[in-house]
Design a protein around this ligand. Structure first.
Ligand code: NAP
Ligand code: GLV
Length: 324
């Protein structure tokens, strides 16, 4: 069995070691985007070979170039080392190759802590206490009513359902929105476009955990965000292209929205001159709300490769028509 590793901006050595430890019978190679295109077998000295001489059965990828896909003609499955497959699905992929996303693999708990932190920061008005401290001012704020601080989670998949569950630990009322009907304990579930307005009206804080698809791109816009209650908050931890940036700025500046926590952006890294950096009501983090955890990811991918080889079904197979 052959595995190709093609992850831009990722140091390959620890991945190769981990994959080799999990799958000792695999020949594993790093795909290099240089002219020589010299795959380097794990544990073996680098050997020049033609690209076509290493035809992998499986590939572990993040944002691979089209050339990689075009060269690897025997792939049974592409394992994305993230949950979102929007970048991968922009490529021309062979229809017979399975595209497999990460299922949690250590990301859900991170997402839950990030979102709970942001919600609690808003609910407890901690930014105002930061200002008061700067001014050496001992100033209480009137407690907010938790029952009036509903959190709406867009997307109730692997990450959204974990976030919804975590928020309930703090007794926030939780709403959820998904494409198909859901029954999650304690979550008021809304389904499909027709129930989106009611969901938005009922959510003081909007958390975005949708995949980026043609149906969800630009979903956070002036029209939808205006349907949040006055003084609402937005937490975008999914993809930058879900959000129409100028619409968010207009609603913050008009006072309809009270704040936004943004982890993802249309252009990443966020350019230094971008207005989000200095906006007093926007918190920016560098696409870090849920990072890929190497050991958990390798274990998950290796387990799925073993299952596929044994002819067993696996979770996390992407439907290219649906886009996630
Ligand atoms: P997932 O398990 O595929 O869940 C997606 C959810 O979105 C599902 O509940 C799905 O509904 C719903 N959905 C999809 N299209 C919809 C539509 N048109 N209308 C209504 N609901 C729709 O995905 P996940 O693992 O939770 O990950 C979600 C996203 O988080 C990823 O795609 C990625 O972009 C982002 N992410 C960001 C970071 C970060 O660090 N910022 C890290 C990891 C992931 P159904 O349940 O009905 O199918
Ligand atoms: C990160 O953004 C991911 O999709 O895993």
């Amino acid at each position: 069995m052959k595995i190709a590793f093609c992850c831009t901006d990722t140091r390959p050595e620890p991945w190769l070691e981990g994959l080799k430890a999990e799958l000792p019978d695999a020949e594993i190679a790093v795909w290099q985007p240089d002219a020589a295109r010299t795959p380097t077998a794990a544990g073996l000295p680098a050997q020049p070979r033609a690209a076509s001489s290493f035809q992998a059965d499986y590939a572990v990828v993040w944002a691979p170039p089209q050339t990689f896909i075009d060269e690897q003609t025997q792939l049974k499955a592409l394992f994305n080392i993230g949950a979102g497959v929007d970048a991968l699905l922009k490529l021309r992929l062979p229809p017979s190759t399975l595209v497999v996303r990460l299922d949690d693999a250590g990301m859900a708990v991170q997402m839950a802590e990030y979102v709970c932190h942001a919600v609690i920061r808003y609910f407890r008005e901690l930014a105002d206490y930061d200002v008061a401290q700067q001014e050496a001012r001992w100033a209480y704020r009137k407690p907010r009513r938790r029952q009036q601080f509903s959190v709406g989670v867009l997307g109730l998949g692997v990450l959204g359902s974990r976030v919804a569950q975590a928020l309930q630990q703090f007794e926030f009322p939780v709403n959820g929105w998904s494409r198909s009907p859901k029954a999650l304990p304690g979550v008021r579930a809304y389904t499909g476009q027709e129930e989106l307005p009611a969901f938005l009206n009922a959510s003081q804080v909007l958390v975005n955990l949708l995949p980026l698809t043609p149906h969800t791109e630009n979903l956070l816009n002036r029209q939808t965000l205006s349907q949040l209650p006055a003084g609402g908050y937005v937490i975008n931890v999914a993809r930058g292209a879900h959000l129409v940036e100028e619409d968010l700025l207009a609603l913050l500046d008009s006072g309809h929205l009270a704040g936004a926590t943004l982890d993802v952006f249309r252009t990443e890294p966020l350019p230094p001159q971008h207005p989000f950096w200095k906006h007093p009501r926007i918190t920016v983090t560098p696409h870090t709300s849920a990072r890929t955890m190497r050991d958990e990811t390798i274990a998950q991918i290796a387990g799925k490769i073993r299952a596929l080889r044994a002819g067993q079904p696996i979770a996390g197979v992407v439907d290219p028509q649906r886009g996630y």
